[in-house]
Write a protein that binds this ligand. Sequence first.
Ligand code: ATP
Ligand code: MG
Length: 457
Amino acid sequence: MPEGKILVVDDEQRQREIYRDILQSEGYEAETATSGEAALKMLAQNRFDLVITDLNMAGMTGLQLLSEIVVDDPTIAVMMITGYPSIKSAVEATRKGVYQYLEKPVDRDTLLSVVDEVFQRLATLRRTIIGDSPATKAMMRMILKVAPSAHTVLILGESGTGKELVAREIHQHSPRRDRPFLAVNCAALTETLLESELFGHEKGSFTDAHQMKRGVFERAHQSTLFLDEIGDTSLGMQAKILRVLQEREFFRVGGTEPLKTDVRIISATNRNLEQRVKEGKFREDLYYRLNVIPIICPPLRERGDDIEILAHHFMRKAALVAGRRVEGISAEALAALRAYAWPGNIRQLEWAMERAVVLGETDGVELPDLPPEILQATSAAPPPAGIAAAIGTAPAPPIASGPEPIITEGSWEEHEKAKIMEALQRSGGNITRAAQLLGMTFRTLQYRLEKFGIKRP
Ligand SMILES: Nc1ncnc2c1ncn2[C@@H]1O[C@H](COP(=O)(O)OP(=O)(O)OP(=O)(O)O)[C@@H](O)[C@H]1O
Ligand SMILES: [Mg+2]
């Protein structure tokens, strides 16, 4: 049976029922919504993988719905079907990240083949944990072990090691998987905005509170809430979060009714929380509440052969997105990838491969296609240690004794910032497009813009 849940949105009853029936007859799980507004409500309650929407509808249009979905959960694919196709709406839909734009009438075979293709693409592009090094396997085992319970999990690891991916994976393997996973980046918002994002607010509770708003503690009821960059919260906010964890209830800002919530909390940070507790910057009681089960995301340099597996995976993914044929990675390029220290970890590798695919001129990834920081580090590296290394009997030298990485953690941030600025320039300030160029989700890019304080040109 095909995997994947589909939501069909059309204000015409006959249309939506036809599509739903075709999809169901092929074994897809399909439901219908009568408007964009109704669709958003359903998406807030249930996990869907694909939304098929009409373009012209009373109330919210298909394009408006698309924008909302892309911002809310970029892992959901959207297909648009219209009886009134125009270049303008097709271009706009494409810019906003639509997967397919089809003209009515759509017959059974077309619908099924397009849906099948969308699911195949999703399977390749969907972020799943890849790698089978002992370090990655141990991490996977932990994920599978903790997923079934509602225990609080703290994910620790350097920048770009897959902390968010791990959080999503735990949710996917948990009994809560049918409800949407919600994430908040605690470092990306001001104190006031974070408070209202977490707890919501009552109408009129502050100047801009024109309407009541539900916070994520409320919306993630019976689901999973991911508190990203928790190490960056203020002591005041920590006290407020601690209260929810202890009482399992909270107040909206300006509210007087206590609200109950059954939410599973997963938090993550790349900071050393124990150190911050010692320095008085992080509450010890909250640390213990969050750290019920710690999961550590190992840095890429400790994942052995995963580098090769991941490099090939990212190469294929980038080739698919760029519509290019790329067959493989040369031995020299692979050796350089292995020798490098990866301060930006898996995200940095992903970008390196995207860059190589986009800039490369042959049908494979060659050494010169790699980014300069990797080439410099390679040329600075000492030659392999004699014959023992060549026949593979010598153990790999420990990282600490190798050459210093040319890019340090700090300068990688600068590098990342520069890449984001460049992508924004190229996209003319369009975040969706820039995110595509960077191979990031819209959300991630938004987080990073806020984190680095970058203003759109
Ligand atoms: N094991 C993996 N297999 C495939 N892709 C991965 C893996 N780990 C991470 N990635 C990819 O690497 C990128 C970075 O991962 P993610 O955003 O989860 O890291 P992070 O630890 O949250 O980073 P940061 O500290 O910068 O927030 C993402 O595009 C993610 O899909
Ligand atoms: Mg992250």
